[in-house]
Design a protein around this ligand. Structure first.
Ligand SMILES: [Fe+2]
Length: 285
């Protein structure tokens, strides 16, 4: 056991889990530094049995940095928290045809959080409260491994490319409405296809299933290259599939981790709470 008292167990090709953080106790000092170091190294850390209320979830997220001003939850008791819920105001399940549920379908594509912004999110903290009996898992894949495992010959030329991220295009593809307040997302942005992690200096690809093209390439060519690289990063033997348990807290680093949900039946309640930490400009590698 390390000086922090935390032990981390590998989940598979990526990610680790620790059961050494006492539920409800926000790690600080060496324990927090060990937790952050594990996220930076492994991409995601699962903390089971946390059952965090919104306040402590926000407090823990703030240890990682300034929270993202996403504008999705204005006027609520916790504007920092994005509810990922299929319940309406009276607690009834919304069918999958409901416009806000169609909007959630954007999460079925591989993505990193707020890639549409000039400064996308760094960390995400997602806490599970109520879960359906089946489905609704979250899948993770590493954009760092996607780059480091890419054969040398296929890396040639990629470092000079920039990927276009356009939230209006991505929402239109799922026929969802753009959530209230999300106008702050603004115009399409482009980010380097290969980025340098600001804390570790390590390279990673930066692309998502929402990306609309590559600057300077014909649309078909750009989309084909993005699809090929995305398929490479998300090869089945490189994916970790998280089957949620109530009380789970999952923390990941959007600067090199993709995630998506394969969806669920939509007939049972599913409630999770999401908090994002703001990131900085994306540096090319
Ligand atoms: Fe997400």
């Amino acid at each position: 056991m390390s000086a922090s008292g935390l032990r981390f167990h590998p989940l598979g090709p990526i990610g680790v889990e620790t059961a050494d953080i006492e539920p409800g106790r926000i790690p600080e000092g060496e324990a927090f530094e060990a937790l952050r170091a594990a996220v930076l190294e492994h991409g995601l850390v699962i903390l089971p049995e946390q059952h965090l209320e919104r306040g402590p979830q926000i407090e823990l997220a703030r240890r990682f940095g300034t929270l993202e001003d996403h504008g999705f939850s204005e006027g609520t008791a916790h504007p920092e928290v994005i509810p990922i819920s299929n319940l309406d105001e009276s607690g009834r399940v919304r069918g999958m045809h409901h416009p806000s549920m169609r909007t959630f379908r954007i999460n079925e594509s591989w993505h990193t959080d707020s890639s549409f912004r000039p400064t996308p999110a760094s960390y995400s903290l997602l806490a599970a409260e109520v879960l359906p009996r089946a489905g609704g898992e979250t899948l993770f894949a590493s954009l760092r491994l996607g780059w480091t495992e890419l054969p040398e010959g296929e890396r040639a030329g990629l470092r000079k490319l920039r990927v276009v991220h356009d939230y209006k295009d991505a929402y239109a593809r799922v026929e969802g409405f753009v959530p209230g307040g999300a106008t702050a997302l603004g115009d399409p942005v482009s980010h380097p296809l290969v980025r340098r992690h600001p804390d570790t200096g390590e390279p990673a690809l930066f692309l998502t299933g929402h990306a609309s093209g590559i600057e300077g390439l014909p649309p078909d060519e750009g989309k084909a290259l993005l699809a090929k690289l995305l398929a490479w990063c998300t090869r089945e033997d490189r994916v970790y599939r998280h089957r949620w348990r109530p009380g789970d807290l999952v923390i990941w680093d959007n600067r090199f981790m993709l995630h998506r949900t394969p969806g669920f039946d939509g007939e049972n309640p599913r409630v999770l709470h999401h908090v994002r930490v703001a990131g900085g400009p994306v540096e090319p590698y």
